[in-house]
Design a binder for this molecule. Structure first.
Ligand code: FES
Length: 126
């Protein structure tokens, strides 16, 4: 029986610095590179949230989308909306994108390389 392979190579930090505190204005987003993934990072109500950047409809960049007051980002191409807190599609929560834990270290915004599937309810770090 084989051991499951860790998705982060030994010796590499799970979290990657992607921005500085203050780089994003409230409601603003951007696409950042986290290992081999592109991640949509937004600032919502003072909290940095991160989901997969790739829209499952036709592949637009969700980091270029617009965030609403409820914390859902609308895809810039056709308007599918995804909740930043859990990555689920607002119209059908059985569909969604991965989300990523975010932590603040000093003045750095760091995103985990480990994706969390949209159906996984486990909390990220505080
Ligand atoms: S590509 Fe995102 S809604 Fe169509």
């Amino acid at each position: 029986m084989s051991e499951p392979q860790p998705s982060v190579p030994a010796g590499e930090d799970e979290f990657i610095t992607v921005a500085k505190l203050g780089d994003l204005a409230e409601g603003e987003g951007r696409t950042v590179e986290v290992g081999n993934r592109l991640v949509a990072l937004f600032l919502h109500q003072g909290q940095h949230l991160a989901i997969d950047d790739f829209c499952p409809h036709q592949g637009a960049s969700l980091g270029a989308g617009c965030l609403d007051e409820e914390g859902a980002v609308a895809c810039p191409w056709h308007g599918w909306r995804f909740r930043m807190t859990d990555g689920t599609w607002c119209d059908n929560p059985r569909i969604g994108v991965d989300r990523f834990a975010v932590r603040i270290a000093g003045d750095e915004v760091q995103v985990s390389r480990q994706p969390i599937p949209p159906s996984d309810e486990s909390p990220g770090p505080a």
